[in-house]
Design a protein around this ligand. Sequence first.
Ligand code: 3PY
Ligand code: MG
Length: 257
Amino acid sequence: MQSFDLKARLANRSEPFLFSWMTVPSPQLAGQLARLPLEGVCLDMQHGMIGFSDAAPMISAISSAGRPAIARILWNEPGLIGQVLDAGAAAVIVPMVNSKAQAEAVVMAAKYPPLGGRSWGGYTAFQTYGLSPADYLQEANTITQVFAMIETQAALDAVEEIASVAGLDGLFVGPSDLSIALSRGAGIDKTAKHTLEAMKRVAAATRKNNLVAGAFAGSADVIKTYAAMGYTFMAGAVDVELLQAGAETLMKAVKGV
Ligand code: 3PY
Ligand code: MG
């Protein structure tokens, strides 16, 4: 039986919800990260090395540790959305959602009627949430959180329309892709003026529609900057970067380098 209520937690916007970000396919590491003092674990199935057969036991390890498993899937494809939700993911983050129609397609795949048209068969999800199939059908639209990524010029241009799509739970900014797009390929800068201006617009669209404002942040400084703009659902620690930081801290303490 699941011990978290992600929707209720995200409704409390006084305290940001910070989660780690995994690129390495390992259920053991997923279980370890789920026990760190962050509130959830996201599997990056777009740019990490994690395929669905890796993700299924990772989602189970994270859920068993009492944390919500979040999946950033490979692309905006209905089959990929249903697959991770059926495996028990508590939230799905869908990359490159560039129009209202694309956001409607996300909801169609992720939510059961009357909001959408998700296909039935979440056998592992029933177990994860400790619900009978009949109860899962009633609860699923609430317990699974769906985020559309805003990370292109087209998405930014349409962000107010995207945010108005019924059934979306939040928007999630990909500041790397967004800053590349806004600078026409000149650079990646998660806190450049143009990036932050765009993110203010995204945050305003979430506020207007009572959606959760999410973003990939990465470091403490970036988290604080985004939190001050109203972002409350943020990725704060990438698995391989945590290892690197740990090794660097050790070497600095021992050898001063
Ligand atoms: C981006 O910043 O573009 C992302 O997709 C987050 O990793
Ligand atoms: Mg991206």
